[in-house]
Design a protein around this ligand. Structure first.
Ligand code: S3P
Length: 422
């Protein structure tokens, strides 16, 4: 697919970004295992979330989607049916990990697979804690694999790496387990599962740094309004910060503090970002974000901020190219296990544009201020890499080609059209 975009002045506009991917997935899954009809508005119709709908339809769930509105007829905690075919999660790691938590406690066996990128993504981190709960899987460390449904028992588990997907898989399995499940995180990761489980009537509490889940007899269907995805808003905030003359306002963005690490990092760089009209929607904090062209300086980020901006590291790296001095990112080794090896992808692909980026064991070192020139680049079939390259290319001389740019449909159908409209 070829997209031709050029920028003569700054980016300007007031607009919304599509719904939050993490929240959209969770709304479908919890809707499917609750009693009654769940209505989701602002659903992200990206390929990943459609994979979640497809998988649950294959287990007998009726889902009706019209644009960003989805109705799910829940069959209750014990109403999923054995799928007739292999469950295919496509490119979606969130579907893969979270759904495995649900499948582990079903009274049937099934097989799960996904695309070539999914087949490389580590599953031991999910199989291990679920195995402690009594779950059984075929001997595999990634998809495809079989899940042999079992009766589960609650566990106490300290997550070795901060991962909302692993935490959520355990929490979803705990709905089918006997006794209490307690999870401890080394640093907090996104907590949408905890918030939404509470709304659906699960017995979930935070006590002394632990998340405690106790079984309930049923979950009750809810209406879920999905806020705009801050991981998608990130690209336009970044574009505005680096492009002279820009001012953009993105309305209705989810600003859950477990997701706002990028905003904190950009503010520290000197980014002019304003958070206004703060409100709460279904237990999730929501606000409007305004970003203007800014003079940026390099910073160092490490530790607890990383899980709060785990999906925004590629775009943060792109912004750092336009900051004065050096930016270093460490404690980001998890990026090697995403849709692509994002540390390598950003170092190599930004390098093709003339950027000075060094890949380290657990991060990146970026020297800002070098002029960029257009070049052929490769998205690595990773939506966040493609969008980050598109934003960096705005300020490059000449034209940039992003091969495989159609992968943006995973999380942001219409991304290039939105960018062009600004
Ligand atoms: C997600 C959690 C993160 C993130 C992914 C979505 C989620 O993964 O990278 O895009 O919805 O729970 P990890 O928790 O494995 O880091």
């Amino acid at each position: 697919m070829t997209q031709t975009l050029s920028y003569r002045q700054g980016l300007k506009g007031v607009f919304k970004v599509p719904g939050d991917k993490s929240i959209s997935h969770r709304a479908v899954m919890l809707g499917a295992i609750s009693v009654g009809e769940t209505v989701i508005s602002g659903f992200l119709p990206g390929e990943d979330c459609l994979s979640t709908i497809n998988c649950f339809e294959a287990m007998g769930i009726k889902a009706e989607r019209s644009g960003t509105s989805v109705r799910i007829e829940g069959n209750g905690l014990h109403g999923l049916k054995k799928p007739e075919k292999t469950l295919d999660v496509g490119n979606s790691g969130t579907t893969l990990r979270l759904m495995t938590g649900i499948l582990a406690g079903q009274p049937f066996n099934c097989r799960v697979t996904g695309d070539s990128s999914i087949q490389k993504r580590p599953m031991k981190r999910v199989f291990e804690p679920l195995g402690m709960m009594g779950a059984k899987f075929s001997d595999a460390s990634s998809a495809p694999f079989e899940v042999y449904g079992q009766k589960l028992t609650g566990i106490e588990y300290a997550l070795p790496v901060p991962s909302a997907q692993v935490k959520s898989a355990i929490l979803l399995a705990s709905l089918f387990a006997q006794g209490e499940t307690a999870i401890e995180e080394p640093v907090p990761s996104r907590n949408h599962t905890e918030i939404m489980l509470g709304a659906f009537g699960a017995d979930i509490q935070k006590k002394g740094g632990k998340i405690i889940s106790r079984p309930v007899s049923e979950l009750k269907a809810q209406n879920i309004a999905v806020p705009g995805d801050i991981s998608s808003a990130a690209f336009f905030m970044a574009a505005a910060l680096i492009t002279p003359g820009s001012k953009v306002t993105i309305e209705g963005v989810g600003v859950n503090p477990t997701r706002t690490g990028l905003v904190d990092a950009l503010l520290e760089m000197g980014g002019r970002i304003e958070i206004s009209n703060s409100r709460s929607v279904g237990g999730e904090p929501v606000a409007d974000l305004t970003a203007c062209h800014s003079r940026l300086k390099g910073i160092s980020i490490s530790g607890g901020i990383l899980p709060r901006m785990i999906d925004e590291v590629p775009i943060f790296a792109a912004v750092a190219l336009f900051a004065e001095g050096r930016t270093s990112i460490s404690d980001a080794g998890e990026l090697k296990f995403k849709e692509s090896n994002r540390l390598n992808a950003m170092a190599v692909e930004l390098g093709k544009l003339g950027a000075h980026v060094i890949e380290t064991d657990d991060g990146l070192i970026i020297d800002g201020g070098f002029p960029l020139h257009g070049a052929p680049t490769d998205s690595r079939d990773d939506h966040r890499v493609a969008m980050s390259l598109a934003i960096a290319s705005i300020m490059a001389s000449g034209s940039t080609v992003i091969n495989g740019s159609e992968c943006v449909d995973i999380s942001y159908p219409g991304f290039f059209e939105q960018l062009a409209s600004l």
